[in-house]
Design a protein around this ligand. Structure first.
Ligand code: PAF
Length: 326
């Protein structure tokens, strides 16, 4: 074709497509998390992606990286800070190393039940903490959920605080949790989640603690004989976003991301409940011995020195506001 012919064809093309809204390629965002795609994180992340696509007419596409494909939680949060990962669904485990204000929620036995924890996080107090993220180089879109954590180990049934003494327990990289286990006489070992199964298998550690859905999906029954339903701490999760990505968004899109994260969080919470409904039975069937009612009053008593420290470290008024929430 002649130059003129090509130009005419291009012009014709423009005319033909002119007027029709030709969608540009969607912006693809990388989202990482530590659990399998079938987990509560996977369900929540997918609900977020679907809601986001719907709210932005398909202008944003979320590419999923489950099962630690982008690293452990601490690494992924660093990736969001640097802008190498766009979105992360993470427990608050390591988040306190970046935004210390989140650590108050990691105090053991702070929340009575799911309604209490969700109510506090979705209310004024939760919002105050979300607002602290930007000054630490992160964006938190919404609170989500990992669940109440329970203790497993390979040595003995844990009913009383004394049963924990001397146990090597993997904790998250969270010094509020570590302080609690030290106070009980355990030997807490902070470790990134991707290393936990092998460490349990090789007996470099005796136990770990996680919500029921994680214990099930992580196949921990293969390497842990005892489960105690301690519910010793509530583990919130978060939708985190890279500030570099966030700043590119229009105000309208920012609102869409936040609303989609809320939808994702609700789906995740629902899935936690679904998994918890039959999780304990599954673990029993897989051979675990379950202590259903460990002596919570005695655990609280033994944790008193840790609470004295938390009262110094955090605003006692804030702790009271959280405890008294109705
Ligand atoms: O134990 C942890 O590190 C977390 O609970 C996990 C399993 C990565 C989920 O956020």
């Amino acid at each position: 074709p002649t130059m003129l012919g090509t130009a005419a064809a291009a012009l014709l093309g423009m005319v033909m497509f002119g007027g029709a809204a030709v969608a540009a390629d969607p912006v693809t965002l990388k989202l990482g998390y530590s659990l399998p795609a079938t987990s509560h994180y996977g369900v929540g992340a997918q609900a977020f992606a679907d809601a986001l696509a719907e709210k932005t007419d398909g202008r944003f596409k979320v590419e999923m990286f489950p099962s630690n494909a982008l690293g452990g939680e601490r690494e992924m949060i660093e990736g969001a800070q640097f802008g190498t990962i766009d979105l992360v669904v993470t427990s608050t485990g390591p988040v306190g190393n970046f935004v210390p204000e989140t650590l108050v929620f990691d105090i053991p036995f702070l929340f009575r039940d799911y309604a209490h924890a969700r109510g506090v996080l979705d209310g004024e107090i939760g919002q105050e903490v979300l607002d602290k993220f930007p000054e630490r180089g992160l964006i938190a879109l919404a609170w989500a959920e990992n669940g109440f954590r329970h203790l497993t180990n390979s040595k003995q049934a844990v009913t009383e605080p004394e049963d924990v003494k001397g146990l090597k327990i993997r904790t998250m990289q969270n010094d509020v949790h570590m302080r609690a286990f030290t106070t009980l006489g355990a030997l807490p070992t902070p470790m990134a989640f991707p290393e936990v199964f092998t460490a349990l298998q090789q007996h470099t550690i005796d136990g770990q603690e996680n919500p029921i859905p994680v214990i099930v999906s992580g196949n921990f029954a293969q390497v842990q004989k005892y489960l105690s339903l301690t519910g010793h701490v509530y583990s919130p999760a978060l939708f985190i976003m890279a500030p570099s990505r966030w700043e590119e968004l229009s105000d309208e899109d920012k609102a869409a991301f936040k609303a989609a994260a809320k939808i994702g969080a609700n789906a995740m919470r629902k899935q936690v409940e679904t998994f918890e409904a039959d999780g304990i039975a599954k673990l029993e069937a897989a051979g675990m011995t379950v202590v259903e009612h460990p002596d919570k009053a005695r655990f609280l008593e033994e944790l008193k020195p840790a609470y004295a420290e938390y009262e110094k470290r955090f605003d006692p008024e804030l702790i009271k506001r959280i405890r008294d929430w109705k």
